[in-house]
Design a protein around this ligand. Structure first.
Ligand code: FES
Ligand code: FES
Length: 216
């Protein structure tokens, strides 16, 4: 079978500038990898094949990688387009739709989850960077039928209206409490300021976080 390699997928001749040991975009690592009949060339990051987006797209294939991570205590291994955000991995690949897509640009906090115990905007986090990571989403907070204390406090304090921001607020609140930034209502407001509530439930959200922190 003859393969029409794109010019950029052909290794440079020995002795040419491009054959030096310095890695370049055109470095040919994968000799020829057929993906859906197309040939892609790429590099290796953390043991995972990572195709060059431009070359792969020129060859008509979306560059993809396999990533293994733990989500809410369960090990998951998925193959995703390299451009996939953690939010899309959760919602589109793992069917965990609790984390919400608001702005998809890091401005609203609706997508907040914990990665290795730290709050992150999952819409801005590349899934392929999370090999071996521990991810906790709002679906992972309750223990069976028993809600996490902050989930219960949101109900007790009536800290939501439409509820769209609520999963992100709760995950951010859990992080805020773990970090110890709950010394006052002002401190909670400051450390939760990345989470926007269009319904304006801020007073009750802060109260729910305070109440949960006090019970710790
Ligand atoms: Fe991620 Fe808005 S959806 S910050
Ligand atoms: Fe509606 Fe916060 S409860 S956006």
């Amino acid at each position: 079978m003859s393969l029409d390699l794109p010019e950029s997928a052909v290794p440079p001749p020995a002795g040419s500038d491009e054959s030096s040991s310095a890695p370049t975009r055109r470095t040919f690592i994968a000799t020829s990898t057929a993906v859906g009949g197309a040939v892609v060339a790429g590099g290796v990051i953390a043991g995972t094949f990572l195709a060059d987006p431009e070359e792969a797209s020129a060859a008509g294939a979306a560059p993809s990688s396999r990533v293994s991570l733990t989500v809410n205590g369960t090990r998951r291994t998925v193959t995703v387009d390299n451009r996939t955000s953690l939010l899309d991995l959760l919602r589109e690949h793992l069917e965990l739709t609790g984390s919400k897509k608001g702005c998809n640009a890091g401005a609203c906090g609706a997508c907040t989850v914990l990665v290795d115990g730290h709050r992150v905007n999952s819409c801005l986090t590349l899934a392929v960077r999370l090999e071996g990571a521990e991810v906790t989403t709002v679906e992972g907070l309750a223990k069976g039928d028993r809600l996490h204390p902050l989930q219960q406090a949101f109900i007790d304090e009536d800290a939501f209206q439409c509820g769209y921001c609520t999963p992100g607020q709760i995950m951010s609140g859990v992080g805020c409490i773990q970090e110890g930034h709950t010394g006052s209502a002002e401190e909670i407001r400051e450390w939760m300021s990345g989470n926007i509530c269009r319904c304006g439930c801020y007073v009750k959200i802060v109260r729910a976080v305070e109440q949960t922190a006090d019970r710790k």
